[in-house]
Design a protein around this ligand. Structure first.
Ligand SMILES: Nc1ncnc2c1ncn2[C@@H]1O[C@H](COP(=O)(O)OP(=O)(O)OP(=O)(O)O)[C@@H](O)[C@H]1O
Length: 467
């Protein structure tokens, strides 16, 4: 990225929590913390990637910062123009004022914008969605769809609208004559070109593209990415590019913010991130990129299991429940995989997901054909350990004693005792303490206890001194 570039958008402590309600009175019983306090800055002319697995909160971050849905907390400072008319409030906005919700808001904070300010902001900030088919009204010609934002923003002359839309269709690699055709006549890739034309027709300052190529064939993806790069240069656009696919991110982004379970865990320039990833989550995402070279396959660390529920995120480092590099306590000396497996066993026991009956079923499943179906205690012990890849006789005697005792407690259906035995032995700082963001080089920050940075920074935006 150009270091001298000005910020277009600064996101500070953005949160979006969805209430979880119960009963006819819809009593709030919990909150889905889809986005839980993220910071980043989008600079002029750059493409910033937001990457993470499905469910990490990327789309929610996008819709919240554009106020397509109301954020729960945080600031989104827009450094273009917009302000004016802060006093013309809708009744809902007046109510928010009375509640003091936006008392302290900066005039350029999108979260405090009135409806008329939002309308002007949306002209500057366009969004492109994953599925080009559902983004179009099948009854409108693609030209009408492309021209529609011009009408919304006050361009009344139909001839002028048509001229601008035809020009845009041409620029995205379609034909001006396509103006009068209908969406069903176009392929997925062509429809995404039309979506780009529609986003660009109001001459926005930045575009939020949410998985814009994920629904397309791989062969078409590169074409659209290269078109996006080309349009970005020609229109001087900034772009927030959301994807779960590290390969796609590498092709188009200047910098990358890695998101896990509602938080940003690492930010770095793209090449630096690929060359020198600091966070084990980033390392795992990189290891999952498919490669045609069989010698390269299986290198790095594997990402297993699902993203935990954002309703009840893990304490400390949120990735600790899946992290292959989770830190052992000082008094244990286990091979890393064995420690990971023992922790997985502990979490499943604590979650009530293992019991004596389950162990019996596992042992039966392990029996060879023709066996009687009777299983003894040793069979069940072995099956339970095998289920968690816990070898007979762990390399550390304390660890072995704890696992053996916990396995016996599970077989006695005493899960409380098993959980206690395991939690006494298999603890980790990653679960107890939330890692701070550490700067590892001038423009690279990561939040992991293993990262030994040169300084601790307040927010992920500090990776480059801004505004
Ligand atoms: N309206 C909603 N109500 C409750 N929970 C929601 C709502 N929208 C999203 N979530 C939850 O918030 C979390 C983040 O979802 P989000 O769609 O932002 O993730 P994502 O990283 O964009 O994933 P994907 O690529 O699958 O869309 C998920 O657990 C999702 O189930």
């Amino acid at each position: 990225m150009n270091e001298a570039a000005d910020p277009v958008l600064s996101v500070r402590g953005l949160k979006k929590h969805y209430p979880v309600t119960k009963g006819i009175l819809r009593r709030e019983v919990g909150r889905v913390k889809a986005v839980d306090g993220i910071d980043f800055t989008l600079y002029e002319g750059e493409t910033l990637g937001l990457v993470g697995e499905s469910g990490c909160g990327k789309s929610t971050a996008a819709t919240s910062l554009l106020r397509l849905e109301e954020p729960t907390d945080g600031e989104v400072l827009y450094h273009g123009e917009v302000p004016e008319d802060t006093n013309r409030k809708t009744p809902l906005e007046k109510l928010r004022n009375l509640r003091g919700d936006d008392e302290e808001r900066a005039p350029n904070d999108v979260v405090g914008f009135s409806q008329s300010q939002l309308k002007r902001f949306r002209r500057k900030a366009q969004m492109i969605f994953q599925n080009p088919t559902s983004s179009f009204d099948p009854r409108m010609t693609v030209g009408e769809s492309v021209a529609e934002p011009l009408l919304i923003h006050g361009l009344d002359d139909p001839e002028e609208r048509r001229e601008i839309a035809e020009d845009l269709l041409d620029r995205v690699g379609l034909d001006a004559a396509d103006y009068d055709r209908y969406p069903h006549e176009f392929s997925g890739g062509q429809k995404q070109r039309v979506a780009l034309a529609r986003a660009l027709v109001v001459n926005p300052e930045f575009v939020v593209a949410d998985e814009p190529v994920s629904a397309l064939d791989v062969s078409i993806q590169s074409e659209i990415l290269s078109l996006m790069r080309d349009l970005q240069d020609r229109f001087g656009l900034s772009m927030l590019f959301i994807s779960h696919d590290m390969g796609v991110i590498r092709e188009i982004c200047d910098r990358v913010a890695v998101m896990y379970l509602g938080e940003i865990v690492e930010v770095a320039p793209t090449e630096e991130l690929f060359r020198n990833p600091q966070h084990p989550y980033t390392q795992a995402l990189l290891a999952s990129i498919p490669t045609p070279d069989p010698r390269q396959r299986g290198l790095g660390i594997e990402l297993t299991g699902d993203v935990p529920s954002p309703e009840n995120p893990p304490s400390g480092c949120r990735f600790h429940t899946r992290c292959p590099k989770v830190i052992q306590p000082d008094d244990l000396d286990l091979p890393q995989e064995q420690f990971r497996c023992a922790l997985d066993f502990r979490h499943q026991v604590e979650g009530g997901d293992v019991d004596a009956e389950g162990a019996t079923e596992l042992a039966r499943a392990h029996q060879r054909d023709g066996d009687s179906g009777d299983v003894n205690r040793d069979d069940r012990r072995r099956a339970l350990r095998a289920e968690f890849d816990l070898p007979d006789g762990l390399d550390d005697p304390t660890a072995e004693e704890s696992v053996a005792a916990a396995v016996d407690s599970v077989l006695d259906d005493d899960l409380d005792a098993a959980a206690e035995q395991l939690s006494d032995t298999f603890t980790t700082v990653c679960e107890r303490e939330t890692p701070e963001l550490e700067r590892t080089s001038e423009d690279h920050v990561a939040a992991c206890h293993l990262v030994d940075g040169t300084e601790t920074v307040e927010t992920a935006t500090s990776e480059v001194a801004d505004d």
